[in-house]
Design a protein around this ligand. Sequence first.
Ligand code: FE
Length: 354
Amino acid sequence: MGIQVQSVFGRKIKGLALALMAMGLSACGQSNSDAKEASAEADKGEVVVFSARKQHLIEPLFNEFTKETGIKVNFITDSPQPLLARIGASQDRVEADVFMAVDAGSLWSASNQALLEPANSEILNSRVPTEFQEPNGMWYGLSKRARTIVYSTERVKPESLSSYEQLADAEWKGRLCLRTSQKVYNQSLVGMLIEEYGEPKVKEILEGWVDNLAAPVFSSDTLLIQAIASGMCDVGIVNTYYLGQELAKNADLPVKIHWANQESNGVHVNISGAGIVKNAPHRDNAVKLLEFLVSDTAQKQFAGSNYEYPVVENIPVDPVVAKWGEFKGDKTPIAYAGENQAKAIMLMDQVGYQ
Ligand code: FE
């Protein structure tokens, strides 16, 4: 598969050489029509990315892509909503080629608003596991993000933990901490629980969680982990890479991971991912960028730089991540996180989960 990816880029390099030649000519003072032709040629050498994934996590890979293909990556980063609003507002004069997000809920929302188009890429279809791609190829996962239980190694016996729903039991009263329900990560988790258990049972689980809270909800997973370390709470639910980041600062942090729901559906695994913007002006380059991001080398870096999991199978993980061991992940298509998002938000609101 690696060879296939390289051959695609080999062809692109030829295109780029032409583009560079054209730019060189225009710089040497050619006529107007030559200059116009040259800029059209140069345009073939770019791709525009609107990214909700942070700059420091994507820029090194974009530079790598440019080095391999000569295609320049222009990007802006922001929260998903303003990015999608800008894409939606510019439908008659589309600026973006790729929309990149850090949660399936945001990707689903982009395709649900008809802002994306199918990538039609054999490489993406075959490299990205089915449960992490939109059925029509509207978006694809690029890294996996496990959202699971973390606990205090000082106050919790790991045997006492089992599942997300068990955190609703009375034994966790005054011991549970949660991040705000406003965060799409929790909306996606609850959306997937609804898919598995149905709304009535999930409502009970959410009521139990709210009953058990040790403190008001947190604005970030990092603050939640620190609250467990400092003794404010005993258990919580976070994306594992946030623990990776905290462990990088303090390897002795008394907080550990429990892989949730191993006896049932498995851990909730969300994605960061991307899709091709509808009527993208540089569609071919956009597809090439996504294909590059699922190549073996890019996968290792894309996931590894943030303690996430590669979405492509059999790519080694960061050593810190490897220490957490293997786990069973939920195989339910992650698109349900988006499809059930409205129900999830409604249920969380009904039980007073803020
Ligand atoms: Fe995050």
